[in-house]
Design a protein around this ligand. Structure first.
Ligand code: NDP
Ligand code: MG
Length: 378
């Protein structure tokens, strides 16, 4: 039995992790769960499962749950997430969204837990610190993001010197068939209708701006130890090939499957073994028929270009880009700014920042906080 701690259990990835756990009751047991505000989801789970530890965002929710579930130890807030990350387990799954995932990942690494990572913002904002901590603690990260799961499966244990290039595929997001001029008046509802995937609202907007693909380039750089010049992106509308690896002998390996996150989630949970999939999500290539590939233009998607530039620059800039983006996306979702304002804020704030190296997580937290305050008014 693998003992699992899952952060972000009420989200899109969290839900699907619980699906896979339910599918294999003889393989997995949840020993810790966290949610943010959606405490009803946590309560529903606790009514049918014994879970020793749980965490919620707000203190008042914690107090109410402690009355109903006296056999569970509850924590709350950021401090609570840190406590959850100190629990010894066989797999620590980070499915939080945003910078909130950084300290839990770093803490779980120090605890010595193997990590299954959905929270890509961890590697975007804190990639250098995370890789250093992984080495110091001899800990592994298993990717959940579908592109990185694909690369992970293709690359196996090949040394990075065998790899010529990673080719990260992109569906193109909600606005792949619109010109830049047509983006001026798009609505929140338009932006939230992703053609291939059903995901949390933040990553759905990140997919429409292509910030998500930029984040994935940085994520790949840290996970697979390759320079940015060896990481390419390509638009692939069908989302059937989840990414590819080109080796130095020009052999190219791809991983294919239906666009269902439960596949990469199960790959991460069962690693290094494979388990029978209990869901109806087999790939039927005859139904798919044709696969298409198009250039992902850096002019059409300036946030993708920005991510390459910021990734190469390292230091504080990736954290600034991430924080500015989180605030801009949240303001767009609230209807306060237009879709193109997201780019304006993120690029503007990165360009206004004097870059410098990062030496500690406390420094990163301060930069994140200061950038958020400025991005609210930018
Ligand atoms: P959701 O918004 O659906 O879920 C996010 C989870 O994090 C929720 O459980 C939420 O709690 C919790 N949370 C958010 N902020 C806080 C906080 N400050 N304190 C405590 N808990 C918090 O996101 P997704 O599941 O879509 O995405 C999760 C991560 O996975 C992201 O980094 C995303 O980029 C990545 N990812 C997602 C994919 C997908 O298909 N969804 C695909 C690939 C990567 P609550 O809702 O209860 O407030
Ligand atoms: Mg992805």
């Amino acid at each position: 039995m693998k003992r699992i701690v899952l952060l972000g259990a009420s989200g899109s990835i969290g839900d699907q992790v619980l699906d896979i756990v339910e599918d294999h009751p003889d393989q997995y047991v949840i020993i810790g769960l966290s949610v943010g505000r959606r405490v009803e989801k946590l309560a529903a789970y606790l009514r049918s499962h014994d879970v020793p530890y749980a965490c919620v965002q707000y203190e008042e929710d914690r107090k109410a749950l402690e009355v109903e579930f006296p056999n569970t130890v509850f924590f709350s807030g950021d401090e609570g997430l840190k406590k959850m990350s100190e629990l010894q387990c066989d797999l620590f799954i980070n499915a939080l969204v945003g910078f909130a995932g950084v300290v839990p990942t770093l803490t779980a690494i120090k605890t010595g837990n193997t990590i299954a990572l959905a929270n890509k913002e961890t590697l975007v904002a804190a990639g250098e610190l995370v890789n250093q901590a992984l080495q110091e603690n001899n800990v592994k990260i298993l990717p959940i993001d579908s592109e990185h799961s694909a690369i992970f499966q293709c690359i196996q244990n090949a040394p990075s010197s065998d790899v010529k290039r990673l080719i990260i595929t992109a569906s193109g997001g909600s606005f792949r068939d619109r010109t830049r001029e047509e983006l001026a008046n798009v609505t929140v509802k338009d932006a939230l209708s992703h053609p291939n995937w059903s995901m949390g609202s933040k990553i759905t907007i990140d997919s429409a701006t292509m910030m998500n693909k930029g984040f994935e380039v940085i994520e790949a750089h840290y996970l697979f130890d390759l320079p940015y010049t060896s990481i390419d992106t390509i638009m692939h509308r069908e989302s059937i090939i989840h990414s590819m690896v080109e080796f130095k002998d020009h052999s190219v390996l791809a991983q294919l499957g239906q666009a269902d996150m439960r596949i990469p989630i199960q790959v991460a949970l069962s690693h290094p073994e494979r388990l029978e999939m209990q869901r109806d999500n087999r790939l039927d290539l005859l139904k798919v028929g044709t696969l298409h590939f198009e250039e992902l233009s850096h002019e059409r998607y300036p946030l993708l270009a920005l991510a390459y530039r910021v990734g190469k620059a390292k230091g504080a800039l990736p954290c600034v880009m991430n924080a500015a983006n989180e605030v801009a996306v949240s303001r767009f979702l609230k209807g306060e700014i237009s879709f193109l304002d997201i780019e304006r804020i993120v690029i503007g704030m990165v360009d206004a920042y004097e870059n410098h190296p990062i030496t500690s997580v406390d420094q990163l937290i301060q930069i994140d906080q200061e950038t958020r305050e400025k991005a609210l008014l930018f």
